[in-house]
Design a protein around this ligand. Structure first.
Ligand code: TYM
Length: 331
C-alpha cells in the first residue's frame, strides 16, 4: 500500500476551505492508502496564539478530523509535538535549504508585501519543517489544497538534494490536489482564498459555525450583476465559487449542476447551496458533539503517537548517520 500524509494547522477554527480542499479527501483516501494525518501544532505557533484558545482549537481539530470520518483503525492520527523527530529533522532540513528558496515561497512573500510587521523567523523557515513532516514518513502522496502545493514542491527539491548529497534516503513525494475545490474563495471577496486569518468572518464558513449563521453567510455571498447562472470564473467569480462548493459537497460536476439549475435566480440558487452546506455541516457537528462528550481523543492521540514515533525515529536516525552527526549507537 502506498503511503500518504497530510496535516492541518488549526490556528483558528477549521474552515469549509480546509474541509473541501483537504480533510474530506483524507477521509476518502484512508481505505486505499496507508494514511498518516496529524495536527500541525508546531506550525500554529509561527504566529502568536493565545495559549487557552490554541488548546481549544487543537482539541476541536482532532474532534473534527474524527467527526469528518477519519477512522483511527484505518489511519494514524497524531499530534505533531508527540513525535519529537519533526522538530529535529525540521532543523536539519533548514540547514539544507537555501535562503533564495524560502524567499520564493508565496505565503511568506505575500505577508511581507502586505507590509505585515513582526513576522517570526519560524514563519519564514516553516516550509523546512513541513518538508520534515512529510519526509520522515516516506510519504508517496501529500493531499493538499492549492495554496500548499508550492511547499510540497519545495519538499521534493529538498528530498532530491538530500538524496544526491548523502545517498538515497527519502521518498520524493507528490502533491495531490482535488479536482474540485482545491481553492475555495472567500464568500465576500471571491478574489481572496477563504481563510481563517481573514479579518472579516463573513467570507469564511467555519465547520462549527451556528447553522443559521452558515445559511446567512451563503445567502449574502457576493455575486455579480449579470443576473444569470453561468460558469465563468473571470466574470462571475463569486458564483463560480458557489458552484465549486456545491459541486464538491454533492460530488456532482459543476456543468451538471449548471444544467440542473439554469434559469434560476441567484437567490434561489444560493438557497440550494446553503441547504447543501448546512446539511453537510449539521452531520459533522452532531458527530463532533458526541466525540467531545465521549473523551476518546486522549487514547486516539496516544495510540497514534506510538505508531508515528516508530517510523519517524527510525528515519531520523538514518538521516543522522548519513550526515555524520551520529557517532555512536544509542542504547
Ligand atoms: P493549513 O492549515 O493552512 O490548511 C490545511 C489544508 O487545507 C487546505 N486549504 C484549502 N483548500 C481549499 N480552499 C481553501 N480556501 C483552503 N484553505 C486551506 C490547505 O491547502 C491544506 O491542505 N502547512 C500546512 C499544514 C501542514 C502540512 C504538513 C500539510 C504542516 N505540515 C505536511 C501537508 C503535509 C498548512 O498550514 O495548512
Amino acid at each position: 500500500m502506498e503511503r500518504m500524509l497530510s496535516a492541518i494547522k488549526p490556528t483558528g477554527q477549521l474552515t469549509l476551505g480546509n474541509y473541501i480542499g483537504a480533510l474530506r479527501n483524507f477521509v476518502r483516501y484512508q481505505d486505499d492508502y496507508e494514511l498518516y494525518v496529524f495536527i500541525a501544532n508546531l506550525h500554529c505557533i509561527t504566529v502568536y496564539q493565545k495559549p487557552e484558545e490554541l488548546k481549544k482549537n487543537l482539541k476541536d481539530a482532532v474532534a473534527l478530523y474524527l467527526a469528518a470520518g477519519l477512522d483511527p483503525k484505518k489511519c494514524t492520527l497524531f499530534l505533531q509535538t508527540d513525535v519529537r523527530a519533526h522538530a529535529e529533522l525540521g532543523y536539519i532540513m533548514a540547514c539544507n535549504t537555501y535562503l533564495g528558496e524560502l524567499n520564493r515561497m508565496t505565503q511568506f512573500k505575500d505577508k511581507q508585501q502586505k507590509g505585515e510587521t513582526g513576522l517570526s523567523a519560524g514563519l519564514y523557515t516553516y516550509p523546512c519543517l513541513m518538508a520534515a513532516d512529510i519526509l520522515l514518513y516516506d510519504a508517496n502522496y501529500v493531499p493538499v489544497g492549492e495554496d500548499q502545493k508550492q511547499h510540497v514542491e519545495l519538499t521534493r527539491d529538498l528530498a532530491e538534494r538530500f538524496n544526491n548529497r548523502y545517498g538515497e534516503t527519502f521518498v520524493v513525494p507528490s502533491p495531490l490536489t482535488p479536482k474540485v475545490g482545491k481553492r475555495i474563495m472567500s464568500l465576500n471577496d471571491p478574489s481572496k482564498k477563504m481563510s481563517k486569518s481573514e479579518n472579516n468572518d463573513k467570507g469564511c464558513i467555519y465547520l462549527l459555525d451556528d447553522l443559521n449563521v452558515v445559511q446567512k453567510k451563503v445567502m449574502s455571498a457576493v455575486t455579480d450583476s449579470y443576473g444569470e447562472l453561468n460558469l465563468d470564473k473571470e466574470k462571475q467569480p463569486g458564483l463560480y465559487n458557489l458552484f465549486e462548493i456545491y459541486a464538491a459537497l454533492s460530488d456532482t460536476s459543476k456543468e451538471e449542476l449548471l444544467k440542473k439549475h439554469q434559469g434560476q435566480g441567484y437567490g434561489e440558487f444560493k438557497k440550494t447551496v446553503s441547504e447543501c452546506v448546512v446539511s453537510e455541516l449539521s452531520k459533522i457537528q452532531e458527530r463532533y458533539k458526541e466525540i467531545i462528550a465521549s473523551n476518546q481523543i486522549e487514547d486516539i492521540l496516544n495510540e497514534g503517537a506510538l505508531k508515528a514515533q516508530r517510523i519517524a525515529e527510525r528515519k531520523l536516525e538514518k538521516v543522522e548517520r548519513k550526515i555524520g552527526i551520529n557517532i555512536h549507537k544509542r542504547r
